[in-house]
Ligand binder design. Structure first.
Ligand code: SAM
Length: 232
């Protein structure tokens, strides 16, 4: 199938301008990452024409790619910076991981300054597709995709400066608190099928945890040992 890259770039710019007007994007780094990452490359062929609608979309296996405003908001409240090591739980399509990578390891900075994104996905079919999407769009060297239960984190690369969870948990998974650096931040949706809140969780220098609500939200469940067994 052919698509028109120029018009995709125009649509991307228009969407990003709308997210700035609506207050979801306010930093230069999130702005330039959202302008650089081609969301269409992370969607099934038949949905690519909807890439710049501000809505979640199906990516197969009953899962979704998050809406662009939620990706932007989560990156803003995570307070990401160049050089950071980030764990994303819930790779899905790989799009959010690419946006995080574009902030912690920007295309226009030297590799010596680059941080890294570890992204973990429990559905192997999605993880494999995400790896393909990340390779095609040029992020494979900045994002490592792992297949597994992300409610247990990924201890092999811990501790992390930031942890971003893109599926709703019943509570903050204990292993994720343990794998967060002192002074680090985690962004995580917590709640049930019908009522969820996005939280920023901060671990201070003494290891104490502070939890601040950001907004209401709606995510698919975090299924795993420290997540849901199934929705209640
Ligand atoms: N960040 C994704 C993107 O950019 O496309 C969207 C994530 S989607 C809303 C949530 C993802 O979390 C799904 O792909 C789902 O399979 C995954 N997931 C759910 N429970 C998980 C777990 N315990 N560990 C890892 N991934 C999990």
């Amino acid at each position: 199938m052919r698509y028109d890259y120029e018009s995709m770039a125009d649509k991307r710019r228009r969407l990003v301008e709308k997210l700035v007007r609506e207050g979801y994007i306010h930093s230069e780094k999130v702005l330039s990452a959202m302008l650089r990452v081609p969301r269409e490359e992370f969607l099934p062929e038949d949905l690519r024409h909807l890439a710049y609608e501000d809505t979640p979309l199906p990516i197969g296996m009953g899962q979704t790619i998050s809406a662009p405003h939620m990706v932007a908001l989560m990156c803003e409240v995570a307070d990401l910076d160049v050089g950071m090591k980030v764990l994303e739980v819930g790779t899905g399509s790989g799009y959010h991981a690419a946006v995080i990578a574009e902030i912690v390891a920007p295309s226009n900075r030297s590799r010596e300054e680059w941080g890294h994104v570890y992204s973990i996905e429990r559905v192997p079919e999605l993880a494999k597709k995400a790896m393909e999407n990340l390779r095609r769009s040029g992020y494979a060297d900045r994002v490592t995709v792992i297949i597994g239960d992300g409610s247990k984190g990924y201890p092999d690369a811990a501790p992390y400066d930031r942890i971003i969870v893109t599926a709703a948990a019943p509570d903050i998974p204990k292993p994720l608190i343990e794998q967060l650096k002192k002074g680090g931040k985690m962004v995580i949706p917590i709640g049930t099928r019908y009522l969820q809140y996005l939280y920023v969780v901060e671990k201070d220098k003494d290891g104490r945890i502070k939890k601040k609500p950001v907004t209401s939200c709606l995510f698919v469940p975090l299924i795993g040992e420290y997540g849901w067994k199934e929705w209640e």
